[in-house]
Design a protein around this ligand. Structure first.
Ligand code: AMP
Ligand code: MN
Ligand code: MN
Ligand code: MN
Length: 288
C-alpha cells in the first residue's frame, strides 16, 4: 500500500483467508476466533486446493456466533501460468469437487517431491524434511518451502525465498499441471458455489493477458471477481472495480490473510466495495 493511502476501515465481511489446512499460520478455529474478535460477521475459509479446514472452522463459527461460508481457493492453469479461483458457499462433500481436490492434491504432492529434490541438489540438505515438518498434516506448498529456507538461514525472509529459489526460472521451481480454468469453475458450480476470480492485480500478467484470463473465466461461467483485497492499495481496487464493470461480474472482498506476523494483511482490514457494484453475497441464500 502506498503511504499516502488512508487507513483501511474494518469490514464485517471477509471472504478470503487461509489456515494451517494449507499455507496459513493459524489453525482453522483460531482463524475464526481472530475474525470474530475483529468484528467480522461473515467470513469464508478459502484454503489452497483443500477442504480440510472447513469442518473445524464452521464448528468454531457456531461457537462464536458468526457465519463461516465453506470456501476454497483453487489453483487453475492459465496459458503457461496460474490464476487463483475462489469458490464460495460450496458443498464441501460434493463428489465432483472432492475428486477435483484430490487430483490437485496429488499434483501438489508430486510437485513438493520435485521441489525438495531440486533444492537438495542445489545444496540445501534436509530442506524437504524441514518443509514437511512445518506443514503438519497437509502437503508442503511453496510457502512451506519458503519458511524452511528462512528457518535454515538460507534467506532472510519469505519474499527472498520466492525471488531466489521458488519463482519460475529459479533452482527450486517445479511446474504444476493444475486443472484448467473451465474445469475449476465447473467443480465450484457442481458443488453449488460461486466462482470468484481472485486478486486480479496480483498476477504478473500484461493488461491484455489479464483480460484474456478473465474472459476465459467468464466464458467458463464464472460470475464474480475479488475487487477489495488485503494486499492491494487504492489503485488495485480502482482497477479491479473497472474489471468487474467491464465483464459484468459481481464483487467480492477478502483479505487473503495467512499469518499474524504479516502486518500488512489482516482479517477484515478491507476497503469497501464501490456502491455501483453488486456484492457477491447478495446472490447467496440466507446471507445479508
Ligand atoms: P503454491 O500454491 O504452493 O504455489 O504457493 C503459493 C502461495 O505462496 C501464495 O498463496 C502465497 O501464500 C505464497 N507466496 C507467493 N509469493 C510469495 C511471496 N513473494 N512472498 C511470500 N509468500 C508468497
Ligand atoms: Mn497462500
Ligand atoms: Mn491466491
Ligand atoms: Mn489466498
Amino acid at each position: 500500500m502506498a503511504t499516502s493511502d488512508p487507513p483501511m476501515p474494518m469490514s464485517a465481511i471477509d471472504l478470503h483467508m487461509h489456515s494451517t489446512a494449507s499455507d496459513g499460520r493459524l489453525a482453522p478455529a483460531a482463524v475464526v476466533e481472530r475474525a470474530a474478535a475483529r468484528g467480522v460477521e461473515l467470513m469464508a475459509l478459502t484454503d489452497h486446493d483443500t477442504l480440510g479446514g472447513i469442518a473445524e472452522a464452521q464448528a468454531a463459527a457456531r461457537r462464536q456466533g458468526i457465519r463461516c461460508l465453506a470456501g476454497i481457493e483453487l489453483s487453475a492453469r492459465w496459458a503457461r501460468g496460474v490464476v487463483h479461483i475462489v469458490g464460495l458457499d460450496i458443498d464441501p462433500s460434493h463428489p465432483a469437487l472432492a475428486m477435483g481436490v484430490t487430483a490437485q492434491q496429488a499434483e501438489r504432492r508430486r510437485r513438493a517431491a520435485r521441489i525438495g529434490e531440486r533444492l537438495e541438489r542445489a545444496g540445501m540438505k534436509g530442506i524437504a524434511a524441514r518443509a514437511t515438518e512445518l506443514v503438519g498434516e497437509g502437503v508442503p506448498g511453496r510457502a512451506h518451502f519458503a519458511r524452511a529456507l528462512v528457518a535454515d538461514g538460507v534467506v532472510r525472509d519469505m519474499q527472498s525465498a520466492f525471488d531466489r529459489y521458488l519463482q519460475r526460472g529459479r533452482p527450486g521451481y517445479a511446474a504444476v499441471e493444475w486443472a484448467g480454468i473451465e474445469q475449476v469453475v465447473d467443480w465450484i458450480h457442481a458443488a453449488g458455489g460461486v466462482a470468484v476470480f481472485a486478486h486480479p492485480l496480483r498476477y504478473r500478467l500484461s493488461r491484455g493477458a489479464l483480460r484474456a484470463a478473465i474472459q476465459a473465466f467468464v466464458t467458463a461461467g464464472g460470475t464474480s471477481i475479488e475487487v477489495s483485497n488485503g494486499g492491494g492499495g487504492r489503485d488495485d481496487l480502482v482497477a479491479a472495480a473497472a474489471l468487474a464493470r467491464r465483464f459484468g461480474l459481481s464483487a467480492s472482498m477478502g483479505s487473503d490473510f495467512h499469518d499474524p506476523d504479516f502486518r500488512w494483511v489482516e482479517i477484515g482490514r478491507l476497503a469497501p466495495i464501490p456502491g455501483d457494484l453488486t456484492p457477491v453475497w447478495t446472490s447467496m441464500e440466507g446471507v445479508a
